[in-house]
Design a protein around this ligand. Structure first.
Ligand SMILES: C[S@@+](CC[C@H](N)C(=O)[O-])C[C@H]1O[C@@H](n2cnc3c(N)ncnc32)[C@H](O)[C@@H]1O
Ligand SMILES: [Zn+2]
Length: 349
């Protein structure tokens, strides 16, 4: 944790005040404070800094503590399955379908969003910290936030990435439901495969928190969220989730979107660039009418409304892909009427 960092971006998790934490170093290296304390000037609460990581989750709910413990067991399982520090360092490049989708999705974001060096980004549920590293290498000022510290499945994995002295990002132990991050301080909140670690109430709190910590005009980038669809109304793989005590709940695409709108965001749902429908070009020759499936898909893909219909069909009915969305924080004055009515205080945070 950088000496200049704590006062700028943090919120005290005990009294909820912004920018009241000061950092006292006990042990530092050439880069950062490795061991120390964060003390709140308003309420006097203190929090440890261990391995450069601010420990800002004083009383986690039971399900959060259980999930974090399970990730320690999952890290052991990964090691036993051949994962090493070297393979983590290569992420998102890893030879399987899951990581293919992660890589394609983050590159799609890079092509879609005008990221500028120096902008700030919070990586929610950073896990191995691969995305924190990715954005840090693109010049962003990144904070990794997770409930887990375990090497290979939590914030201490950051040391793999930052020890080369090229990449750097901050690490904070905390929950997305109650972010220990100061209001209005960030340009982006990145949420990849993490919002489904919420029940319905947690999902609502997370969108409200993301809205709070973003600057006006800031964006929440939702990537690869697990979906409930008519074809797969459960959406999570119950066996593995139970084994490691994950707190996972798939949500409907419309629910992710609704919770964002309700919190005050304007939303744009992303096409899954890796899916056959959206990958295929629309400038080639039209398929013959006799090949009605190919022709229908071609006609739909060639029109904006058709693409929306296809996207909605995939997201709500057939599934097989994950959900992506860009949610932009409007300023308080331009909150949609529905958000104002349902959440009257949203614009004032
Ligand atoms: C499936 S992993 C996703 C990881 C990462 N975003 C990626 O793309 O590889 C989900 C992560 O969310 C974290 N998580 C679960 N509940 C959380 C919460 N309430 N607040 C913050 N992180 C949480 C878990 O510890 C885990 O690291
Ligand atoms: Zn305090």
């Amino acid at each position: 944790m950088l000496a200049s960092f704590a006062p700028t971006f943090l919120r005290c998790p005990t009294c909820g005040r912004d920018r009241t934490l000061t950092l006292h170093a006990e042990e530092s290296d050439e880069r950062e404070v490795r061991t120390g304390t964060l003390t709140c000037s308003a309420c006097g609460a203190t929090f440890e800094v261990l391995r450069g990581t601010g420990q800002l989750m004083p009383n986690p709910p039971e399900h959060v503590a259980r999930e974090a413990a399970g990730l320690g067991r999952f890290a052991d399982y990964m090691r036993a399955s051949g994962w090493t520090k070297e393979s983590i360092l290569l992420l998102p490049d890893h030879d399987d379908g899951y990581w293919y989708v992660q890589g394609a999705s983050i590159r799609q974001l890079l092509a879609t969003i005008p990221f500028a060096p120096g902008q700030s980004l919070l990586d929610l549920g950073s896990n191995t910290c691969w995305a924190s590293n990715f954005f840090a290498r693109h010049g962003l000022q990144v904070i990794a936030l997770d409930i887990s510290l375990w090497e290979m499945q939590g914030l201490y994995t950051a040391d793999y990435f930052i020890e080369d002295g090229i990449s750097y990002f901050e690490r904070v132990l905390g929950s997305m439901n109650d972010m220990p991050i100061a209001s209005g301080s960030l340009d982006y909140v990145f949420a990849c495969e993490v919002l489904h670690h919420n029940d319905t109430e947690g999902l609502r709190k997370t969108f409200e928190e993301a809205y709070r910590v973003l600057k006006p005009g800031g964006r929440m980038l939702v990537v690869n969220e697990t979906l409930k669809t008519l074809h797969d109304p459960v959406g999570v793989h119950a066996e593995a989730v139970e084994q490691f005590e994950g707190y996972e709940h798939a949500h409907w695409a419309s629910q992710y979107r609704w919770e964002a709108i309700r919190s005050g965001f304007s939303t744009r749902v992303l096409e899954p660039c890796y899916h056959g429908y959206f990958r295929q070009p629309t400038n080639g020759p039209k398929p013959a009418l006799t090949d009605w499936r190919a022709r229908t898909s071609y006609e739909l893909r060639s029109r904006p409304l058709g693409r929306k219909a296809l996207l909605s069909w995939i997201n709500h009915v057939v599934g097989g892909t994950a959900f992506g969305m860009i949610a932009t924080k409007r300023d308080g004055q331009s909150l949609p009427r529905i958000a104002k009515r349902l959440r009257p205080r949203a614009g004032r945070r």
